[in-house]
Design a protein around this ligand. Sequence first.
Ligand SMILES: O=C(O)[C@H](O)COP(=O)(O)O
Ligand SMILES: [Mn+2]
Ligand SMILES: [Mn+2]
Length: 650
Amino acid sequence: MGKGMGIIVSKKKKADDTAAPSPKDKEELAPVPKAAVEPAAAAAPAPPVEPAELAAPAPPAEPAAPGAAAEPATNSIPEAVAVKDGALESQKMSFDYKLQPHSTIPAPEGPLMVCILDGFGENEFKDEYNAVHVATTPTIDALRAVPKRFRTIKAHGTAVGLPSDADMGNSEVGHNALGSGQVVDQGARLVDMALETGKMFEGDGWKLISQAFSKHTVHFIGLLSDGGVHSRADQLFGCLRGAAARGAQRIRCHVLTDGRDVPDGSSVKYVEELEAVLAELREKGCDARIASGGGRMKVTMDRYEADWSMVKRGWDAHVLGKAPYTFTDAKTAVTTLRGPEDATVSDQYLDAFVIVDEAGAPVGTIEDGDAVVLFNFRADRMVEISKAFEYQDFTTFDRERYPVGLRFVGMMQYDGDLKLPANYLVPPPEILHVSGEFLVKNGITTFACSETQKFGHVTFFWNGNRSGYLDAKLEQYLEIPSDKIEFNKAPDMKAREITAASKEAILSGKYKVIRVNFANPDMVGHTGDLAATIRAVETVDACVKELLETVDQVNGRWIVTADHGNADDMVQRDKKGKPMKAEDGKPLPLTSHTLAPVPFFIGGKGLPDGVVLRDDVPDAGLANVASTTFNLLGYEAPGIYKPTMVQMAA
Ligand SMILES: O=C(O)[C@H](O)COP(=O)(O)O
Ligand SMILES: [Mn+2]
Ligand SMILES: [Mn+2]
């Protein structure tokens, strides 16, 4: 399989402000006139690092090829990857994974396909801005018309472990719920609780960074918005205030502008809010400033190794103080880089910038002995930059300078298997007994496929944030390399290649479960380009048709669903739902996910007529999918999972 098709098996590899007063013994810092702090801070050189500190534990070496698989010449099943977490392992060992045959639903002759249409919601607004509604989708339309085999399910808010029902869903929490059958408190909520209870400031991660408070700089790097998908500005502010109140003398923020989980153009507002908090800290005697930044899709926040050059640009700006643009303040940086109104660069794609003093020197490079906090809680877009900070022998790009004795922490541990990073502020959610574990422990084979941008979604997130195979003898994960462009320019993305590879897997007879994610409605939806998103939805509809026909050829069954909304609303709306327009009369694009529920379809030639959706689980959400999956495979669902949505009609 795969030869000549351009597909690969993934080989995921694995200045001291001496002039500033320092009331160290006080919980609250004494107010200091702003003017007294700033000039001194800007001119201050980095403090020398004590030899004793430099002898602090060396960062670990980069492990050899962690993650999924070694790359063989053909797509043969790669070597297993050990899961090393002892605590987790012992819980699993004592857990009974044996699946029991379903009392009324027989096992299928062919495979079960679970197809995720990423970012494809069923939105109440069915107008010209709903790309799902406007697109010509004969396949999905036909599925919607089948009685008792179509419904919608919840994909946002508390149904997927987010703090409130005002939180839109996202791929991480969505795939976690789909793959684990359970709802767990997710990162956003765990960080909220750690701040509310003060536990944030008592943990080992905080203790580590606090070593830098009196003589070094504490750097905060992350996504500056209140999107709640990767980070939240209020959580950053809580950490900043917490650090200053506990004696941090010098703080630098390195901000990645959003415009993807929040409206484009909002970066200016978030920079202003952050500047207000930093001014408040300066009033209290802490030398606090923004030091560098750039757009999230251009700087630092790459994922799944799609484009390491993004991470290199981030390293250069945050650590070395090198970027194509320099400014003396962040608001000017963001407004200037966005450009004129008629040719605006999106917040997502702003070039890297560095803030400099009057003499042109960067105000906040990362130096020996400093502390660095990645303040995003979500993992996928923090793993690569974490490796650059954590691994002493990192070679993926030339770091030029690697600060010695760094105190480096993540808001969370982003990869529990790699223990990356080793130090973190808040323990991540523990997602145990995921559906993949039941499958492999019962000898059931799986093929999982997507393109790079969503590859970790159908593997890492699906498996409860675990990298690599659960059992490489029984699983095959296939990654189709994504294009490295803005996806509205190629809205078909790699859907056809994913389809071709999945069809081959379905027909091969080697796999009982086929798991596929189509990235298009989400990735193109994030560009805010309505026409391209309509095209993306139509492409996916055509691909789904091919896959369903292929499953039918082998008497299989299928589930088609989604992880959250996105393409289903492409315009910002007022409180009444009315589309909002810019001054020039053009609609204001919506680049983010939506709160919409998602469709859930079952079917297939191999599905007995009597198997229908229940009508007594009206509140079902993504976490109810896993039980349903087991039933469609002919097994009773694990008791710890949310209830199934199917039954055999009497
Ligand atoms: O990281 C992203 O691309 C967005 O913030 C969220 O999109 P996803 O949750 O669909 O990946
Ligand atoms: Mn998604
Ligand atoms: Mn998305």
